[in-house]
Design a protein around this ligand. Structure first.
Ligand code: PLP
Length: 435
């Protein structure tokens, strides 16, 4: 009997080894990691350079507490990461996971306004569906019924009002004006920030809005003194085909939240890049961000982040994500021709999604969940995918996210497509032979 508190009562294979795009379990079965875990392992598994970097940092300085020290690796890595933004002067706040980073951004936005004498600003406007994390603040910010239901009494609805998700078929600027309508209803003087995931992953199938949406969001936020928080925990660091996804809309947010691909699974690392005016308001005001975690700025995690960034840059993985993503998108669209329940294929870079549903009603099937079934079939055939719900308004089992390591080869991506075809053939209705 296992002593581990597993996520569910199902039996999990025991993973023993990872190399490149592949994982092996204790029985010797091989899996092609078509989702990089949960779009995390962006440089693949078992990269020898990273293990060396972790070892060096562990020997030199494994830990200091942020109330007493900074560290050489924190200073160096923060400068390197901030240097990737088109604007100077951003500061990096490092934590251990995406939810912690979202909590940090929410608190920082709130403190920014109080430092400036606007203590009435507390609301964080978000979208629905959306996913920003599992801790209670980040969950309150998330518009995802299934993950929120149990905890609803603990989530402050008034503090986290929501607008609908973007619709790529609608004019981007017009779509974004839903934000302004809500701000005017609420009274913008009560709103601290708007948070959005530029390319939506966990709650939708790699959804992004039409051109102009985020530029208009930025103008609306600026007009009403509201900070714009971009949650790039999933879509950042090359995943969506550019180092930061929002740069595809030529926008740099006030707070940029990163996670997952930052240390690509080699250590727990996430964080917030804060614009100079946000940092200055805190430091020239009360002088301290009133927030902290014991493991914030962990040297070993930062060393992992630095080594991962080196690989991304050396191997040109942002460019690779864009080109390989275009090819995989074409392959998936080809596959979709044969299965009527694949309603749509979309995405950017190597962040791609299949929207699944009833071809007649174009709505989702309910429990037991089509995407879950497809994901399970793929797993049985040795392909890891990331099934979810939200793409069809939160009904269960309606999308499948794909996000292989950015350095997957063409041959490995072809293998991904073949394995997915086998799983689709087993699970979905064919176009010519309905089940
Ligand atoms: N934000 C986004 C956009 C995410 O996709 C996730 C996780 O999937 C999170 C935040 C939460 O990150 P974590 O699971 O590392 O706490």
């Amino acid at each position: 009997m296992s002593s581990v508190f597993h996520r569910s009562a199902k039996t999990y294979p025991v993973a023993v080894r990872g190399q490149g795009v592949y994982l092996w379990d204790a029985s010797g079965k091989r899996y092609l990691d078509g989702a990089s875990g949960a779009l995390v392992a962006n440089i693949g598994h078992g990269h020898p350079g990273i293990a060396d970097a972790l070892g060096r940092q562990a020997r030199a300085l494994p830990f200091v507490h942020g109330s007493q020290f900074t560290s050489e690796i924190y200073e160096r890595y923060a400068a390197r990461l901030a240097g990737l933004l088109p604007q100077d002067g951003y500061r990096f706040w490092a934590v251990s996971g995406g939810s912690e980073a979202v909590e940090s951004a929410i608190k920082l936005a709130r403190q920014y306004h109080t430092e400036r004498g606007e203590s009435g600003r507390y609301r964080i406007v978000t979208r629905k569906p959306s996913y920003h994390g599992a801790s209670l603040g980040a969950l309150a910010a998330s518009g995802m019924g299934a993950r929120r239901a149990l905890y609803r009494p603990l989530l402050n609805e008034d503090a986290f009002p929501k607008i609908p998700r973007p619709d790529p078929r609608v004019d981007g600027e017009q779509d974004a004006r839903q934000l302004e309508t809500l701000l005017l209803q609420l009274g913008p003087e009560s709103v601290a920030a708007f948070i959005a995931e530029p390319v939506v992953g966990a709650s939708d199938a790699a959804l992004s809005p039409a051109a102009g949406y985020y530029q208009e969001v930025q103008r609306i936020c600026a007009r009403h003194g509201v900070l714009f928080i971009a949650d790039e925990v999933m879509c950042g660091l090359g995943r969506a085909g550019s180092m930061f996804a929002l740069s595809q809309w030529h926008v740099t947010p006030d707070l940029l939240v990163l996670g997952k691909g930052l240390a690509a699974g080699y250590a727990p690392l996430a964080g917030v890049l804060a614009a100079p005016h946000v940092h200055a308001a805190v430091m020239e005001g009360s002088g301290a961000f009133k927030h902290g975690f014991t493991y914030a700025g962990h040297p070993i995690s930062l060393a992992a982040g630095d080594a991962v960034l080196e690989v991304i840059e050396q191997q040109n993985l942002v460019e690779r994500s864009r080109c390989a993503g275009d090819a995989l998108l074409a392959g998936l669209r080809d596959l979709a021709q044969d299965f009527s329940q694949i309603l749509e294929v979309r995405g950017r870079g190597l962040m791609l999604g299949l929207v699944l549903g009833d071809p007649d009603t174009r709505e989702a099937y309910d429990d037991p969940g089509l995407a879950e079934r497809l994901g399970r079939a793929a797993f049985a055939h040795g392909l890891i995918t990331y099934p979810g719900s939200g793409a069809l308004d939160g009904r269960r089992g309606d999308h499948l996210l794909l996000g292989p390591p950015l350095n997957a080869t063409d041959r490995e991506l072809d293998e991904l497509l073949s394995l997915l075809r086998v799983a689709c053939t087993e699970t979905l209705t064919g176009r010519t032979h309905p089940a």
